[in-house]
Structures are given as C-alpha cells and as structure tokens.
Design a protein around this ligand. Structure first.
Ligand code: NAP
Length: 492
C-alpha cells in the first residue's frame, strides 16, 4: 500500500468507524472539520472531522455493546486478532512511518522505528492475553475454597499525545484488548491520521467493530464525556502533567481506575569515571530523539567537574553534526517542533537561561529553515533555578550543569516534582547500584540513552504518573481482581 493508500485508508477508516460503530451516524457529515498540518512545511495534509460530546457518547455506547462479546471470547481468540493486527501494522510499516513523518515531523527512519516499537506492543500483548492467571488461596475453613479471578475492567478511554502518534496508542490498546476491554481512543488533534490508519488495520485484522473506536476533535468535550460516563471504567492518559491532573480529578466523580503517563524532567548524570564516548553517544540519544520532544528526553545533563570541559567539548561537536530538516530529507535526524507554541516555549527557556548567566555553546536560536525548526543547542553554566532545569523544555536544547560529588548529583537529580526517566553514565559498579536506588524515578538507564521496550515496565513516580505500561505489569491496569469464596456445596 502506498502512502496515499494509507492516508486513504485513514479516511475510509474514519468513515467506516462512524458507519460501523456509530449506528446513529450512518450518513454522518461532520458539522465541523479540522485541518491536519505537516509541521515541516505548514501544508494542510487533510481535514478530519471535529467531534465532541455527542459523538463520544455514541462511541462509548458502541464500545460498551462490543464489550459484551469481546470480553467473552477465549484468550486465544483475542490473541489471534491482536496477532493479525500486528502483522498488518508490520506489513504497512513504511507507509505508516511516512504518515507519522507527515503529520508529526520526526525523521522517517525514526518514524519507521516508532512503527516497529509500537507494533511490538500489539505482538507482546497478543502473547500476554493467554497468561491472565488467577489464584487459589489456601482456605481458612475445611469446607471452603477461595479463588481469585482477574476480569477486564470494562470500557477504557485512552487519551494520547502527538509525539508518538502510534506507539502511545498501541501501548494502551494492546493490553486493554488482551484483557478483554474495549476502547475509545482520543488521539491528539495534531496527529489523528496515524490513529485512524491503525484503527482501520485493526478492523481489517478482524477485530470486531466497536472494540476499537477513535474520536477526535474538541478535547475538553471528549474528555468530559469519557470522564462522566458510568460506562467508562478506566481512563488511561499520556500527556502533560497539567491535563493529567485535570483528568484524575474528573475521574473521581465516577471513581474510575486511572493510569497516567505524564511529563518528565530527566536528569542525565555523567560521572568523572564514565567512558566519554559512551556518555556522549548516550546523552545525544537521550536528548535529541524526536528533536527533544519525548517525555524521557534528558532535560538536564549533570556533569561532574573533572570531566565537564572534555564532555562539553565532545558533546557540542557531536550535536553540531546533527542534520536538521524535513523528516523526509536524506540524512536528517532533527525534524521541526510540533507547532509555533512549542518553538516559542523553547525560545523563552533559552532566553531565561541566558539572561541568568548560561552560555550558549552551540545553537541558541531558530533555524534558518524557518517554520518551527530550532537549532540543536548546547548551553553551559546552567543553574538549577533556571526554567530550563525546572521544567520540560520539550525541544532540542541540552543544558549542562556542573556538580562536584555523587551526593550533590543525586540531590540535584531528585530536586523536582517529576520522576519519569533518569540516566547515569559511570564505570563504577557500586555507584551504579547506589545511584540507581537513590534516584526517585520510574526508569533508570545506566550507560544507555535509549531504554524503552515493550517487555519492560514504563512509568513514572511523583508527579510523572501512576501505573505502568508495557511488560506483564501493563496488563494489571486493565484488570479487576475478584475474590470468590466457595462455601460447602453439600450443606443442607
Ligand atoms: P497534552 O496537551 O496534555 O495533550 C495530550 C492529550 O490530551 C491530547 O490528545 C490532547 O488533545 C488531550 N487533552 C488536552 N486537554 C484535554 C482535556 N481537557 N480533556 C481531555 N483531553 C485533553 O500533551 P501533549 O502536548 O500532547 O504531549 C506532550 C506531553 O506528554 C509532555 O508533557 C510529555 O512529557 C508527555 N508525555 C508523557 C509520556 C509518558 O509516557 N510519560 C509519553 C509521551 C508524552 P488535543 O491534542 O486534541 O488538544
């Protein structure tokens, strides 16, 4: 299938989703539509329907109806559907990658890598579907038997961001479907096409209509419909901490199960005893993937004083080689930022740092390509009180902070409300354990800048979130535990 084929599938998918999942909308013509832009060129790629509360309620009803049958299938039957979906995602890897680059801007190689990564969640949970084991508890009385059952929580509302248009969806929908839940997915307004293409492929894989529903449009209205519906038993969200807090509060009204993957402020700690090359390459990968627009991107690079100058020099040289451009361009590894607001945020953070004494070693301004391109930037002499150290910059800016001792590094690293990912570079084994245990983070990379995988639990502590995605632990978020006490069957 070609790119236009995938895009067409996305639209056909969107119509089919309405037609097959929302009976009242057979001849649905959206009153409003929204433009989807290519952030590298500003071109309008597509118009998609702009939905709100009514359409979301219809999608919830359709998911609620489908739950009856989907949850009653055998695990092996659900597994087959998921496996077929995985096969189709992989068969369309290149085209889906192109769609991601088109609407999100990341370099094509990275986008195709996201399809691989995203599809693996579906493959992993196709396998995990068959391992939802209960338990038998030794009874407290001789004539009783005590069982623990695990059952799907019900309809899940999944709200996802634009920075991983596919993987943030599959990381939620994979385990949800494996457990027997059905979903209403709300992708970001900036990247709905990948979500629609993935949903269409789910239908083609034989996953019944109503199991995966996609709504897009007015975020607060859609969010409100999901939060207030008693039929939605679970909210799973990836996005900013501010929106996550609102959703958590909103879910209280109907006491839903909630899992949140929120923002980070990742420290990347380089100790004097680190291998310089390993540290430079690791920090580069941790900082500049997706032009710095990931929740696990290194936000602060803390470098010990003995290696500081050498690291700053080698790191700046490596950053200088990063080719910026349209994600479809040959050799490009840095795409545009998602929109003007993101560009302005990066500018404000750099201005704030410079006004407080930071030194620009490289970049520090908009790229000559215009649009939302920003030069890969390295700042030195950065202090903890600067905005760039306090909050997620979500752009290609690496602030270097200097520390003297291990205790100081741990204190600086933990001095934040966030607690998602942290990285350390050291060749000292004891330090590896000591620091990994002392860091208040959900994920720690040691001598490695890219650590996400479907087989390991991903999630944050403190204000970076609740719950885990990926691995066997990701299933727990979509399951309820039921205790069954079997009394004496022969009792008169
Ligand atoms: P965002 O503004 O919070 O948006 C995330 C999603 O929430 C989008 O679909 C958005 O819809 C929707 N939304 C916004 N307001 C809403 C409301 N009132 N009710 C319901 N939904 C609402 O975040 P973003 O800018 O897309 O993503 C960047 C953030 O995500 C960063 O902070 C990053 O660290 C975090 N993130 C975390 C992880 C993780 O695993 N921890 C992974 C990736 C990203 P619209 O786009 O349509 O407005």
């Amino acid at each position: 299938m070609t790119l236009s084929g995938v895009a067409r599938v996305a639209f056909v998918g969107s119509r089919r989703i309405f037609a097959s999942h929302l009976p009242s909308m057979q001849s649905y013509t959206p009153a409003f539509s929204r433009q989807v832009h290519n952030p590298a060129t500003g071109e309008v790629i597509a118009n998609v329907s702009c939905m709100g509360g009514k359409e979301t309620k219809d999608a919830i009803s359709s998911a609620f109806d489908a739950f009856n049958s989907w949850s009653k299938l055998t695990a092996a039957e659900r597994s087959k559907g998921l496996r077929k979906w995985y096969d189709l995602l992989m068969a369309h890897k290149e085209e889906l990658g192109q769609l991601i680059t088109l609407e999100q801007g990341k370099p094509l190689k990275e986008a195709v890598g996201e399809v691989d990564y995203g599809a693996k969640f579906i493959e992993f949970y196709a396998e995990e579907a068959k391992r939802v084991y209960g338990e038998i508890i030794p009874a407290t009385l001789p004539d009783r038997r005590l069982f623990v059952l695990k059952q799907p929580v019900g309809v899940a509302g999944a709200i996802t961001p634009w920075n991983f248009p596919l993987a943030m969806i599959t990381r939620k929908v994979g385990p949800a479907l494996a457990c027997g839940c059905t979903v209403v997915v709300k992708p970001s307004e900036f990247t709905p096409l990948t979500a629609l293409a993935a949903a269409e492929l789910a239908l083609q894989a034989g996953i019944p209509p109503g199991v995966v529903n996609v709504v897009m449009g007015n975020a607060p209205d859609i969010g409100d419909a999901l939060l207030t519906s008693p039929q939605v038993r679970k909210i799973t969200f990836t996005g900013s901490t501010a929106v996550g807090k609102k959703l958590m509060a909103g879910a209280a009204g109907t006491v839903k199960k909630v899992s949140l993957e929120l923002g980070g402020n990742a420290p990347c700690i380089v100790f004097d005893d680190a291998d310089l090359n390993v540290a430079v390459n690791g920090a580069l990968a941790a900082k500049f993937r997706n032009s710095g627009q990931t929740c696990v991107c290194a936000n602060r690079v803390l470098v010990q004083e003995g290696i500081y100058e050498k690291f700053a020099d080698a790191f700046s040289k490596a950053v200088k080689n990063l080719k910026v451009g349209d994600g479809f361009g040959e050799g490009v590894v840095q795409g545009p930022l998602i929109n003007k607001a993101a560009l302005e945020k990066v500018e404000t953070f750099v201005e704030d740092a410079v006004s407080k004494g930071a030194k620009v070693l490289l970049g520090g301004r908009r790229h000559s390509l215009g649009m939302t391109f920003y030069e890969p930037t390295v700042l030195s002499n950065v202090k903890s009180e600067m905005l760039v150290s306090r909050e997620e910059v979500f752009g290609p800016v690496a602030p270097l902070l200097c520390f003297k001792t291990e205790e100081e590094a741990i204190h600086m690293a933990n001095d934040t409300n966030a607690g998602l990912a942290a990285y350390i570079f050291t060749n000292n084994l004891q330090r590896t354990w000591r620091v990994s245990e002392a860091l208040e983070y959900g994920l720690v990379g040691v001598n490695e800048g890219l650590i996400s995988t479907e087989v390991a639990p991903f999630g944050g502590v403190k204000q970076s979130g609740l719950g885990r995605e990926g691995s066997k632990y990701g299933m727990d978020e979509f399951l309820e535990i039921k205790y069954v006490c079997l009394g004496d069957m022969n009792r008169k």
